[in-house]
Write a protein that binds this ligand. Structure first.
Ligand SMILES: *Cc1c(COP(=O)(O)O)cnc(C)c1O
Length: 388
């Protein structure tokens, strides 16, 4: 019997030594060794097994195994946050003098980590227009070791051709890293399209209820192993409690993503025909010129969209302040709908010129569409556009 990956993920639980149907949270710092020799073998990687929860923990392993199944990866590693995932990547794979090419418009902290902090260690970063393949070709040099992309970008919803970038990465012996936080493996599996590594901020859709901070990276074992060695030395490890929440979150991810998407699609169509809305950024829009790429690369559109308010109608700040059901919140992927003004918050570290270049305009408002009845979400937006 060949099972679907969603079924495999639901059932891939290790024996836990009890009859508990759901795995416990393994709150343990360390593990008992049977003998001194076993301690030595495990510490030296001669025999497998847990040593210390900075390296591995059964609850973290449950999460990693399920995510690997869903991403169709050989392996995955859980880390303390999405940003810790980027940090671990850099420590594992970059050296002084290396160059990184980044899709412009990626999450603000991601860009800042490279252009500010890693610049201190002699790693230079170039930002390119995310969907301009010629610009990527031009920016990649013999020193480029890593290419970093989000697709669709959050919040401009620019879609990047993963297969085209994978080709450039291979030709130049660089690693292609795709941040899959927005679509999740339910709607996009970057490794199938040629990405080397896929990265997640797990506190978004994987958690799904806005409770825990965490991150993960999935890919070939040859890449996950050096990342685990980074955790062993640098220690940005995932808490077992958070991992347990994420593992449970993965069990309902498909179900939730389909409902987020259904609500987002309804809202996007309503916004599209609204007289005060200039533009809607969402990947299901039939007017998009990149429709074919989207169809090839994505199996769905997710729950994140952005609207652009028409000039001289309502300002983004006034619109956001008038919302009552939709929460003003610096997060995405929660059960409840969330709103944010990326220009002044998540992307405030970009220069104004870069923000405009990468599609994050001043009138753009991001909505993470939640699981409320979609009619209530629409009513809230309608009253906020006009005022009571
Ligand atoms: C939130 C987010 C991150 C950062 O993840 P944290 O878990 O908050 O550190 C990275 N990439 C994307 C696309 C995000 O939305």
């Amino acid at each position: 019997m060949t099972l679907d990956k969603e079924t495999v993920a639901l059932h891939c639980l290790p024996a836990n030594g009890t009859d508990a149907h759901n795995p416990p949270i393994w709150l343990t710092t360390a593990y008992d060794f049977t003998t001194a020799e076993q301690a030595s073998d495990r510490c030296n990687g001669v025999s497998p097994g847990n040593v210390y929860s900075r390296y591995t923990n059964p609850s973290v392993s449950d999460f990693e195994n399920k995510l690997a199944v869903l991403e169709q990866a050989e392996a995955a590693i859980g880390v303390a946050s999405g940003m810790a995932a980027y940090l671990a990547l850099n420590l594992a794979f970059l050296h002084q003098g290396d160059e990184v090419v980044i899709a412009g418009g990626v999450f603000g902290s991601t860009a800042h980590l490279y252009t500010h902090y890693f610049a201190q260690f002699g790693v230079s970063a170039t930002l390119v227009t995310a969907n301009d393949i010629a610009a990527w070709e031009q920016a990649v040099t013999a020193k480029t070791r890593m290419m970093i992309v989000e697709t669709p970008t959050n919040p401009a919803m620019v879609v990047v051709d993963i297969a085209a970038l994978a080709l450039i990465a291979k030709t130049n012996q660089a690693l292609l890293v795709v941040d899959n936080t927005v679509l999740t493996p339910i709607f996009q599996q970057p490794l199938i399209h040629g990405a080397d590594l896929v990265l997640h901020s797990a506190g978004k859709y994987i958690d799904g209820q806005g409770r825990c901070i965490g991150g993960a990276i999935a890919g070939k074992i040859e890449y996950i192993e050096p990342l685990r060695n980074v955790l062993r030395s640098a220690g940005m490890s995932l808490s077992p409690f958070n991992a347990w929440v994420f593992a449970n979150g993965l069990d309902t991810l498909a179900l939730r993503m389909r409902q987020h998407q259904s609500n987002a699609e309804t809202l996007a169509l309503w916004l599209f025909s609204h007289p005060l809305i200039e533009q809607v950024h969402y990947t299901s829009m039939q007017t998009r010129p990149d429709k074919q790429l989207i169809q090839r690369q994505q199996t769905g559109h997710g729950g994140l969209l952005s609207l652009v308010l028409k000039d001289n109608t309502v300002s983004p700040m006034v619109f956001i302040n008038r919302l009552s059901i939709i929460s003003r919140c610096n997060n995405i992927g929660d059960t409840r709908s969330l709103v944010l003004h990326p220009w002044s918050t998540t992307h405030c570290k970009y220069t104004s010129a870069d923000k405009i270049k990468f599609g994050i305009t001043e009138n753009l408002v991001r909505i993470s569409v939640g699981l409320e009845n979609v009619n209530d979400i629409i009513s809230d937006i309608e009253q906020a556009l006009y005022g009571k």
